[in-house]
Design a protein around this ligand. Structure first.
Ligand code: ADP
Ligand code: MG
Length: 256
């Protein structure tokens, strides 16, 4: 007997039109797709193809001009700004190209922040932040501040931060864009480990090498999906010494 995986993202006929004084830009043009729990999807496309626009809609940072977007069972269309920000904090773990950590702030404090917004008690914030920092191999950097870390380490802090609210998806925008290639492999190894443990990952990238780490690649061009391919053969595997002996908790055990 097989259990059908849950649909986490359902995008139907999404379009996004930007209006500037003299110009109308169709950034997304009738885009439809679904992402199921447990997938690791790369969204690829050249500059200007609509990747960031799509990422903003997936992340509930912006709404489409037309079409329907359902995130983990919730239609975002009629939500207020407050409700949207609550959904973002609970359902999405964001990982940005520029890390977006608080400067001169310790890794522990950075990772605890989403839990502070959500009103998680201090003791649980401390335990959870330390657990996820250890998971990404930063157990020995708990009281370093962000400016004392390498780019790859900062991105690992951001990954730990993205996990603490047990989100329905991890949403990464060019996660290796600002780091050296050896460190990029570490980041991809962490993503593959998290995906093996059941996390659903959506990663935006323009780099074919990075997209190869995902199990499915959606190609967009001029605001449209031009190819959507799922790998049946082995994906590109990278392993990380950082992860040896660490066992991530599968989603569901954490706080459900
Ligand atoms: P990508 O991330 O793939 O480079 P974007 O989603 O940023 O692509 O942009 C898609 C298209 O929409 C581009 O032509 C871009 O110039 C345009 N665009 C993006 N954001 C805006 C905006 N806020 N106002 C007007 N045009 C925009
Ligand atoms: Mg972009």
């Amino acid at each position: 007997m097989s259990i059908k995986p849950k649909t986490i993202i359902q995008a139907s006929h999404l379009s996004k039109i930007y209006h500037t004084s003299d110009l109308e830009t169709i950034a997304l043009n009738d885009v439809s797709f679904e992402i199921k729990e447990g997938e690791f999807v790369a969204i690829m496309g050249p500059s200007g193809s609509g990747k960031s626009t799509l990422m903003h809609i997936i992340g509930a940072l912006d709404k489409p001009t037309s079409g329907t977007y359902i995130l983990d069972g919730e239609n975002v269309e009629n939500l207020t700004d407050d409700e949207l920000s609550d959904i973002r904090n609970r359902k999405i773990g964001f990982i940005f190209q520029a890390f977006n950590l608080l400067p001169r702030t310790t890794t522990m404090k950075n990772v605890m922040l989403p839990m502070a917004y959500a009103g998680v008690p201090l003791e649980q914030r401390l335990i959870t932040a330390e657990k996820f920092l250890r998971l990404v191999g930063l157990g020995d950097r708990l009281s370093h501040t962000s400016n004392q870390l390498s780019g790859g380490q900062q991105q690992r802090v951001a990954i730990a931060r993205s996990l603490v609210m047990n989100p329905a998806i991890l949403l990464a925008d060019e996660p290796t864009g600002n780091i050296a290639s050896a460190q990029a492999d570490e980041i991809m190894a962490i993503f593959q480990k998290l995906n093996d443990d059941g996390h659903t990952i959506v990663m935006i990238t323009h780099e074919p090498d990075i997209a190869e780490h995902a199990k499915r690649i959606i190609h967009i061009k001029d605001g449209r999906i031009v190819e959507d391919s799922t790998k049946h053969q082995q994906r590109k595997i990278v392993s990380s010494p950082l992860l040896k002996g660490d066992a991530a908790q599968p989603r569901g055990i954490l706080n459900k």
